[in-house]
Design a protein around this ligand. Sequence first.
Ligand code: PMV
Length: 307
Amino acid sequence: MTATAPGKIILVGEHAVVYGRPAIAAPVWQCVATATIQAAAPGSGCTLYAHDTGQQLRLGEGLAEEPLAIVARLALAQLGLDRPDWQIDLRSDIPIASGLGSGAALSTALVRAIFRQAGCEVDPATLSALVYESERFYHGTPSGIDNTVVAYGQPIWFLKGAALQPFHPGCALTIVIADSGVRSPTKETVGDVRTGWLQDPARYEAIFDAIGETVVQARLAMERGDLPGLGALLDANQSWLEELAVSSVLLRRLIEVARNAGALGAKLSGGGRGGNVIALVDAAAVDRVCAAFTAAGAARVLVTRIE
Ligand code: PMV
């Protein structure tokens, strides 16, 4: 039994979304996590092999702090199963700790495969809620945006605690994604933003408001089909992320080369300090922006479309 789940990008609104402002995210099917389950010898129990990290987890042996084991146990409990004799293999080509939602994608593929192996399909709301439990370990205080966009597998307008709103931009967007190659755990940047917010709530609330307004304007720009306007809003969002101190010299450099190569706008995507940047491009600039990212040393470049 096999199941997959996509990576994701946050188009606008990361970090402020943790503090109740809206954000827009979309799945990235060009990179995926895959879970495969097969029956194992009777009495052998349930073992999970996470091939990308070399982890081997035997369910039922402690592992209280291990996100994949936690989410597997929750899914099995929901199905009324107690450690079936299964071998679970997890693989992913989504870079880890890079803002592309690799943790949420692995958990999503895992839960989906567990339900399929038990003979049923998990609905997206249940799936998202289960994956949220593992996100708490990756993120500390997750907004829930990653598990939602990955579990539903479609673009979303996300507001913490509100009912999910699927989102379709009025026009197709072409996004070039470049991996800086630097891993940066989301837990750390989210934690640092929280520390800053606790020290100076007024300043941080004002920045979160400005990001929230940028997200609202970005939605309007998409609905108008105004790609240059949307590009300028991505740039504005990046400026606010700089204010939150979640950017880096390398991310700034990648963003600059994309803009110089003709991108309509560019920003970091996800937790920041490392991970991926995204650039909004029109069809004529795709190859130029990809080449510019590669020349600037990006570890990997992907092109995705949001529609
Ligand atoms: O998993 P990442 O690095 O894409 O970060 C998710 C976005 C944040 O807003 C930084 C955190 C959150 O929980 O929303």
